[in-house]
Design a protein around this ligand. Structure first.
Ligand code: SF4
Ligand code: SF4
Length: 323
């Protein structure tokens, strides 16, 4: 598979990356061996970029998948691991970086990001965490630093931040899940922000090309749209070998324009009998997809939900399940 230079960094990535969230406990919750096999299979098929996060709790899968692979920087074919943290302070981010390195059994990581930066004042509130990333890049422990975000405003702002190497924005042709300020943004607005980042030399990989599964019915259109924006890689959450085979064939230009794979239609469900109305999930959902229903319990707006599974871990009674 060809590789794209990730903006001004010296990192080269395949046009498709594997989002490791899917195999973890907020989504498919695969056993260690099975999940690791998915990650390993993607690597063997030529994919070299793997995105995870402290919040996903998926480091064990990655370590198991690459236990026999030379992860050193001398190996140009090493898997490129990108992780991220939701933390705010310097100390928290420092701990998150070390947790990642220890869990993966490596002493340097290619990419580490601020996870899910929201509209201001979120960026300003997390200045300590950002400074930590800057310092760890200077120390050579992190290769490149950046942010993941669903927000047009943050994506646009990152183009002007010299220390930012990588931007990982949410984009899909239908605009599902895109935020701007305190409300929704459009695909056109995010396109413009992404172009600004690309012009500024940022490495850009995109998330949610399929709108969290809502756009898999338009498989080729969804992928082509993001590819044609010029993003260096598209991060796809995949949970089995068939999905990886499809995406590799796509990246190699081997799929016909009318190709449509079998798709799984998982949805997030909130067990109304178990919900204790604490509303932690409402606070956690980055897409404002959970509301309080007439019974005072949390419920899902499926027109907005992106099946990211982020809400599930914060529920104290495990009332949120994906199936
Ligand atoms: S309701 Fe849950 S799965 Fe749906 S978008 Fe919000 S956090 Fe993600
Ligand atoms: S986090 Fe769980 S208990 Fe709290 S409102 Fe959401 S579903 Fe209900």
């Amino acid at each position: 598979m060809k590789r794209n230079k990730l903006g001004n960094t010296d990192i080269y990535v395949t046009p498709i990356g594997l989002g490791v969230l899917t195999i973890g406990n907020t989504q498919l919750d695969l056993p260690l061996e099975e999940g690791a096999e998915v990650v390993r299979y993607a690597y063997e098929k030529g994919i070299n970029l793997f995105d995870t996060a402290q919040y996903y709790e998926t480091y064990p899968y990655i370590r198991e998948a690459f236990k026999d692979v030379d992860m050193s920087y001398d190996n140009p074919d090493r898997p490129i691991i990108a992780s991220k943290s939701l933390d705010h302070t310097y100390e928290e981010m420092e701990a998150a970086i070390h947790e990642c390195l220890d869990a993966l059994g490596i002493d340097r990581i290619d990419i580490f990001k601020m996870h899910e930066v929201r509209q201001e004042p979120d960026w300003s509130d997390r200045a300590g965490a950002w400074q930590c990333l800057i310092d760890y890049k200077k120390k050579g422990i992190v290769g490149a630093i950046g942010v993941s975000t669903h927000h047009v405003d943050i994506t646009e702002m990152m183009a002007d931040i010299p220390e930012c190497d990588i931007v990982f924005p949410l984009i899909n042709y239908a605009g599902l899940g895109i935020r701007k300020g305190a409300g929704p943004g459009t695909a056109e607005e995010m396109e413009a922000a992404i172009r600004k980042c690309l012009d500024a030399g940022k490495g850009v990989f995109a998330m949610k090309a399929f709108g969290g599964g809502n756009l898999t019915g338009t498989y080729m259109k969804s992928l082509n749209y993001v590819r044609d924006l010029g993003c260096h890689s598209i991060m796809i959450g995949m949970g089995n070998k068939g999905e990886i085979d499809d995406i590799v064939r796509y990246a190699e230009g081997e799929l016909p324009e009318d190709y449509q794979p079998e798709t799984r239609n998982k949805k997030i469900h909130i067990d109304q009998g178990d919900c204790e109305s604490c509303y932690a999930c409402i606070e956690r959902c980055p897409n404002k997809a959970i509301y309080v229903n007439d019974e005072g319990r949390a419920d899902v707006n499926y027109d907005v939900c992106l099946t990211c599974g982020y809400c599930a871990p914060v529920c104290p009674v495990r009332a949120i399940i994906m199936w």
